[in-house]
Design a protein around this ligand. Structure first.
Ligand code: CU
Length: 153
């Protein structure tokens, strides 16, 4: 009986976090002939605690995997500054703030674009977040049939 009660509390807290985490304006940048693409989106954390995005999965599996990327400033041997793209394990979103994944900053990297991409009308992106020991998911759908790469196929 005690176990059941604990599970119930946990489930409520997870639902709460899902409702207060909003994913808006997911946009895919998939260039014709390119091996990898990028995903841009904004994620609002309306909770009173920080949450971290740690995984993104796509159904159907038209990408080998989705990585979380950031750009960091570097200097070459001549002292010239440039930006390097690196994979990061997670992206933290402070309470009440919005994380913007955008060109030149943090972004989703769509690794290994499969040629079956254009045979699907919609892709479902599932975002996995954690806060403390809890995890929760939030899904959004994106239409690919009118993507530039797919038009005319
Ligand atoms: Cu990247």
């Amino acid at each position: 009986m005690a176990m059941r009660w604990i599970f119930f509390l946990f489930a409520v807290s997870v639902l709460f976090a899902v409702e207060k985490t909003e994913i808006k304006g997911l946009e895919l940048k998939i260039l014709n002939g390119a091996k990898n693409g990028a995903g841009y989106v904004s994620i609002y954390n309306g909770n009173s605690y920080a949450v971290s995005l740690y995984k993104v999965e796509v159904e159907p599996g038209v990408f080998d995997r989705v990585e979380l990327h950031d750009h960091v400033p570097r200097k070459d041997e001549n002292g010239v500054e440039y930006m390097e793209m690196i994979e990061i394990p997670e992206m933290e979103i402070a309470p009440g703030s919005t994380l913007f994944l955008q060109r030149g900053g943090k972004h989703l990297m769509l690794m290994g674009i499969n040629s079956t991409l254009c045979s699907f009308k919609e892709l479902k992106f599932e975002f996995s977040f954690r806060h403390g020991g809890d995890t929760f998911q939030r899904s959004v759908e994106v239409n690919v049939s009118d993507d530039k790469r797919c038009v005319g196929l």
